[in-house]
Design a protein around this ligand. Structure first.
Ligand SMILES: *Cc1c(COP(=O)(O)O)cnc(C)c1O
Length: 433
């Protein structure tokens, strides 16, 4: 696969190189320059396969030629070792559950694949690396869990002490092994400043510092897989064209869906389901892209005021507003509507949605009502409801239980190292010790 930069002034690279670089040297984002399509009868023949096997087929088709076939298939199966069921909800709406991975959110798909492919490349070169991540909570936990136990990689996660939830801290700081959690006596911005400075510090070259940035193409491509799996689950060729309602923030998930469509998946259109941070819906309506600070909402992983994957989404549509409008319907869902959807879905269907999934379902229902959409709609549920105990107690009167592996999280010992101050000298000394 050949990838180019969205800014078009960096040379094209292989998937491997795009993966190792993260950002293109011109500051753009890597995107494939062509779409090797899969015939729909081939896609149909995957019906009934577990998601790990669908993943092997989709990802081998995309980038397999750059890797040893057997080793690649093994690492893909290992990355996709948890299910992504599609559950029928109501009158043509289904929910694609993406929260059965280790951190109970869909970012596990990208993080686990990136970790394993990274480990593969290091192994091949007999090399090692140190991944630095600054986090305000969710990204750090997906990266920590994703890279846990991957040989040749050390991960250092910096998080602001007292400013992440206790559950998030348990997800990043109780692992040990190759995951070092660093509790910083400051803010997320302090964490980010330390990481950025370390990347520019030549005296740390021996550590082979790297990032597992969310804009890495290695996190995006694996997210195409569950779109295939879900289309097959709702009937495949019998279902015909489907509509996906995608709870959106930085637009990575939505872009992955559009890539699946470019590869030949029969998708009629997408609904970009946003909370009140509605930069994309506004752009689709007015044609003006207006970045602005995000406002906090219940679906906080979607509180984004300048979505980082917008250049990719635009480029996949040939930078043409008309093409974007034809393929994507933007919907902004209010906080009240999100709460009402959680309540109503439970009362009428006994199905518990988290606030992100609720935005997706609310947008799907609105599109059915307002446009008369009759094709099957699949709404993505991106986080497990148990992660949002407070909102669910308010709306439903109870807290959904955490899945079994996390029941004892509160009693797991936190193994974080406390950084004594936020100076770069202190951080550097810690890295070198
Ligand atoms: C990151 C995230 C989103 C938004 O996904 P994007 O790819 O950034 O659009 C939605 N829901 C949850 C739970 C997330 O963690």
């Amino acid at each position: 696969m050949i990838l180019g930069s969205t800014r078009r002034s960096a040379p094209p690279v292989s998937f491997r190189d795009a993966l190792l670089r993260g950002l293109a040297p011109d500051g753009g984002l890597y995107l494939p320059t062509s779409w090797p399509s899969v015939p729909s009868d081939v896609i149909s023949s995957w019906r009934g396969l577990p998601i790990g096997e669908i993943a092997v087929r989709v990802l081998t088709h995309l980038v397999g030629e750059e890797f040893d076939r057997t080793a690649f298939a093994d690492l893909v199966r290992d990355a996709f070792d948890f299910p992504a069921p599609t559950v029928p909800l109501d009158d043509g709406v289904s929910v694609l559950e993406l929260f059965h991975g280790p951190t109970l959110a869909f970012k596990d798909f990208g993080a686990r694949f990136l970790a394993r492919i990274f480990g593969y490349l290091l192994d091949e070169r007999g090399d090692h690396a140190t991944i630095l991540v600054a986090t305000s909570g969710d990204t750090g936990s997906a990266v920590a869990q994703g890279f846990f136990g991957v040989p040749r990689v050390q991960v250092v996660v910096l998080y602001p002490g007292g400013k992440v939830s206790r559950f998030q801290e348990a997800q990043m700081a109780t692992l040990g092994g190759n995951i070092r959690a660093l509790r910083v006596p400051g803010t997320f911005d302090d964490c980010q400043r330390l990481v950025k400075r370390a990347f520019l510090d030549d005296s740390l070259a021996g550590l082979h510092l790297s990032s597992a940035n969310s804009i890495n193409i290695g996190r995006l491509l694996p997210q195409t897989v569950y779109y295939f799996a879900s289309w097959l689950a709702v009937g495949g060729i019998d279902a015909g064209d489907v509509v996906f309602s995608v709870p959106s923030g930085n637009l990575g998930n939505l872009t992955a869906g559009v890539i699946a469509q470019r590869l030949g998946l029969p998708v009629g259109r997408f609904v970009a389901a946003c909370n009140t941070n509605d930069v994309l819906p506004e752009y689709l309506t007015t044609g003006a892209y207006r970045a602005r600070p995000a406002t906090p909402t219940l679906s906080n992983a979607m509180d984004v005021g300048d979505p980082s994957n917008f250049p990719r989404l635009a480029q996949v549509h040939g930078e043409a507003l008309a093409a974007l409008r034809a393929n994507i319907l933007g919907v902004s869902v209010s906080e009240d509507d999100t709460r009402r959807t959680i309540g109503e879905t439970y009362r009428t269907r006994r199905y518990v949605l988290d606030p992100h999934g609720a935005v997706g379902v609310a947008a799907a229902v609105r599109v059915q009502k307002e446009t008369g959409e009759r094709r099957p709609i699949i709404a993505l549920a991106t986080a497990h409801p148990a992660k949002f105990a407070d909102v669910l107690r308010e709306e439903l009167g109870f807290e959904p239980p955490l899945p079994e592996p996390w029941r004892d999280w509160a009693s797991r010992p936190v193994k974080a190292h406390d950084l004594p101050d936020v100076s770069y000298a202190t951080f550097r000394a810690y890295l070198l010790q």
